[in-house]
Design a binder for this molecule. Structure first.
Ligand code: GLU
Length: 451
């Protein structure tokens, strides 16, 4: 991340962001990536790179940090830190997930909130951007502990959220179970059955079909569309998907439905290589039902499956790579390994999994690359479809909802391509995504005045 790579208009601005937000490397990185993409616009439409717009973009509208006290099953009092960063509401209520993971801090939540603003703008739905979470580690906690933690978290969060204000959802460590406890506590405190206050709800209590599958399915749809643009498809492609959480599982499922073969996925202990193609039913049973590990998958699947604990999943040769685990999981060395293994396309299912150096490597090698804010936008887009169903007290079929998701991903893809071409960077999805979203948010901010 060198300052020199930025357009001269933005170098001083980026330095101000560094100064104003010390000790927040992930936030700096997310801002840097957007500023880097603004280079083509700085020449053609300099008004967009004026500091009066950019400085408002880089400052969250509101940042909430709170204590989350809870009691373990053994009666011990624990304290975690809760966050909600309400980044930008110019296009709609703040919208974005909650992450429960020990690595969570203000920098992580601010980077995620910043990304969410642009991702949400790309969906074309009326949603602003925000993100929240806690440094709580759900791993190894009982159901009762998870419930008490979620209730305590919501006891503070409830006063900041609402159908028209801020609408949380899931992210790493927050799935159907946690969202149930969070929604339940909100309902109890507010004494309102306000379905549209949270998305990712269960189907029996206001959730939408396809929301569980949406981020992973959307990433696979996006990759398919990138290939279609070049007269190809996922049919017969050898694919590697990192992670084995919600995004990864459904990316694997959709790649298989589209005719590709996913040969590897990972968790925090290592990765499995299954040359026959991952058995998605077994994987879902282990990860979603039993909350188990990939070592269980290797043991139960048998055959030639290898469980590797001392290497990188990016060493596994493939034509398509879908990083679906977490931020900065794919550094420069991994990008070089992927290229040695014959990678042709990388589409991000996680938020900011590739470092700026890795993205450069892909760019130089002519590898097709889609940034998460475009290729993983299917999750939040389907959240907006859930809000639509809640507002009209309706529920749509799986087929109708999935068709909407596929159309949304295709239109994000096509907008990226058009914008990239318009600004002299044909085929560059990073420039296309960042500029499409940035222009939309900036126009709305200028229209609404200095607020
Ligand atoms: N956490 C997801 C994301 O990164 C989904 C957010 C939502 O549905 O609000 O986009």
């Amino acid at each position: 991340m060198t300052l020199d790579a930025l357009h001269p208009n933005m170098q001083a601005q980026y330095e101000i962001v560094l100064e104003r937000n010390p000790g927040e490397p992930e936030f700096h990185q997310a801002v840097y990536e957007v500023m880097l993409s603004l280079t083509p616009i700085a020449g053609k439409r300099p008004e967009y790179t004026q500091w009066s717009v950019l400085k408002r973009m880089c400052e969250p509208e509101r940042q909430i940090i709170f204590r989350v006290p809870w009691v373990t099953d053994d009666g011990e009092v624990r304290i975690n830190r809760g966050f909600r960063v309400e980044f930008n509401s110019v296009l709609g209520p703040y919208k974005g997930g909650l992450r429960f993971h020990p690595s969570v801090n203000l920098s992580i939540i601010k980077f995620l909130g910043f990304e969410q603003v642009y991702k949400n703008a790309l969906t074309g739905m009326p949603i602003g951007g925000g993100k929240g979470g806690s440094d709580f580690d759900p791993k190894g906690r009982s159901d009762a502990e998870i419930m008490r933690f979620c209730q305590s978290f919501m006891t503070e969060l409830y006063r900041h959220i609402g159908e028209y204000t801020d609408v949380p959802a899931g992210d790493i460590g927050v799935g159907g179970r946690e969202l149930g406890y969070l929604f339940g506590q909100y309902k109890r405190i507010a004494n309102r059955y306000e379905s549209g206050v949270i998305t990712g709800k269960g189907l029996a209590w206001g959730g939408s079909q396809v929301r569980t599958e949406a981020t992973g399915y959307g990433t696979a749809f996006f990759a398919q569309r990138m290939l279609a643009e070049r007269g190809q498809s996922l049919e017969g492609k050898r694919v590697v998907v990192s992670g084995s959480g919600n995004v990864a599982l459904y990316a694997v499922e959709k790649v298989h439905q589209l005719g590709g073969t996913v040969v590897a996925c990972s968790d925090s202990n290592g990765f499995v290589v299954d040359e026959a193609g991952l058995d998605i039913a077994l994987l879902k049973e282990i990860k979603e039902v039993r909350r188990g590990r990939l070592s269980d998958y290797a043991a139960e699947r048998g055959g030639s499956v290898r469980h590797i604990t001392d290497g990188s999943i990016w060493e596994v040769p493939c034509q398509v790579a879908l990083p679906c685990a977490t931020q900065n999981e794919l550094p420069e060395a991994a990008a070089l390994a992927l290229i040695r293994g014959g990678v042709e396309l990388v589409a991000e299912g996680a938020n900011m999994p590739s470092t700026p150096e890795a993205i450069n490597v892909f760019d130089d090698a002519g590898v097709l690359f889609a940034p998460g804010k475009a290729s993983n936008a299917g999750g939040v887009a389907t959240s907006a479809l859930e809000m639509q169903q809640n507002a009209s007290r309706d529920s749509w079929t799986f087929e109708a909802t999935e068709a909407r998701l596929e159309t949304i991903m295709a239109s994000i893809h096509d907008r990226c391509i058009e914008t990239a071409a318009e600004f002299g960077a044909p085929g560059n999805y990073v420039v296309g995504a960042n500029l499409t979203a940035y222009i939309k948010v900036a126009d709305a901010m200028v229209a609404l005045g200095v607020i």
